[in-house]
Design a protein around this ligand. Structure first.
Ligand code: A2P
Length: 290
């Protein structure tokens, strides 16, 4: 907890203002403590200078669980409001279950209409400035849009040069839904992570030619696609490096080559698929976007 808090304080120091957490990650409390400390230390003058996102875990993806879950999240964060609250997955598991991996027998169909209504109530109550989803396909977004009074502001998904999400990005552009890119460097070192991004030969060549790091090329690429980028580092030098992407650009030729990279999803999330559950295959979970 102390490492996470300390890392967040360093991030605020070097200029980060947008932080992404989730009920699942167990980082809400250290983030809350880091925010309190940053205010006390004068690194920021007011909480409004930050943009804070958290996410509803699957076992709270039931109409009546949403508001209590958000209240708990706010308590963990010691905040009065979030900037963005997301449905973490288009998945429900039995209420009360927070264990990972989720037990397949606990998977139940998600009622997107009523869960989204509860998300809308959270926004109406002022407990979050905006609401959105994460890991949603075009089809599942359509389902939400068909009944929503407030359309989702954001769909947070895996996106990097090896998984570019072209179809989903076009759809979200047309609907005015902002894409947030998680694992922009391929999330090396995590359960779902891959080295394929940080070891990609083309990206290495481009980085070398530009005198930038491969990570910077990835982040600049995502930024030039018009998405919001969520990059993670525990290292202060790399944090600085990852912010240093705004005064140079990729050439049309470099972008064209990146757009032709072979595609492969890093994180298919097979744990949400079960023969007896609501999604019987990865095809169904992602509606073919895999
Ligand atoms: P570290 O914390 O040691 O910097 P993603 O954002 O795709 O989830 O990737 C996060 C991973 O990438 C972390 O393991 C992080 O390690 C590493 N990382 C972050 N920034 C850089 C960078 N500029 N160069 C190389 N690796 C990086």
């Amino acid at each position: 907890i102390d490492t996470v808090k300390q890392t967040i304080l360093e991030a605020i120091e070097v200029g980060y203002r947008h932080f992404d957490t989730a009920a699942l990650y167990q980082t809400e409390q250290p983030l809350g403590e880091a925010i309190s400390d940053a205010l006390r230390l004068g690194l920021i003058k007011s909480r409004d200078e930050l943009f804070i996102t958290s996410k509803l875990w699957c076992s709270d993806a039931h109409h009546d669980c949403v508001l209590p879950a958000l209240k708990k999240t706010l308590k963990n964060l010691k905040l009065e409001y979030l900037d963005l609250y997301l449905i973490h997955w288009p998945v429900s598991v039995k209420p009360g279950e927070y264990d990972l991996p989720v037990k397949k027998k606990d998977l139940v169909p998600i009622d997107l209409k009523s869960v989204w209504e509860a998300m809308e109530e959270c926004q109406a109550l002022g407990l979050t400035k905006s609401i959105g989803v994460s890991n949603f396909s075009c089809k599942k977004l359509e389902t939400i849009l068909s009944t929503a009074k407030i359309p989702p502001a954001v769909n947070q998904v895996e996106m990097n040069p090896m998984w570019q999400q072209k179809k989903l990005r076009k759809f979200c552009d047309e609907k005015g839904i902002l894409i947030q890119s998680y694992s922009p460097l391929g999330a090396k070192g995590t359960l779902w992570g891959t080295n394929r991004v940080l070891e990609c030969e083309l990206l290495k060549e481009i980085a070398q030619a530009k005198g930038k790091s491969l990570a910077q090329v990835c982040l600049r690429w995502a930024y030039e696609q018009g998405v919001c980028v969520l990059v993670k580092s525990f290292n202060k030098e790399r944090m600085k490096q990852n912010l240093d992407i705004f005064d140079w650009n990729l050439s049309a030729e470099e972008s064209r080559k990146i757009s032709q990279l072979p595609q492969c999803k890093g994180f298919p999330a097979g744990e949400f698929v079960s023969d007896d559950g609501p999604y019987k295959s990865l095809e169904e979970l992602w509606d073919g976007e895999i």
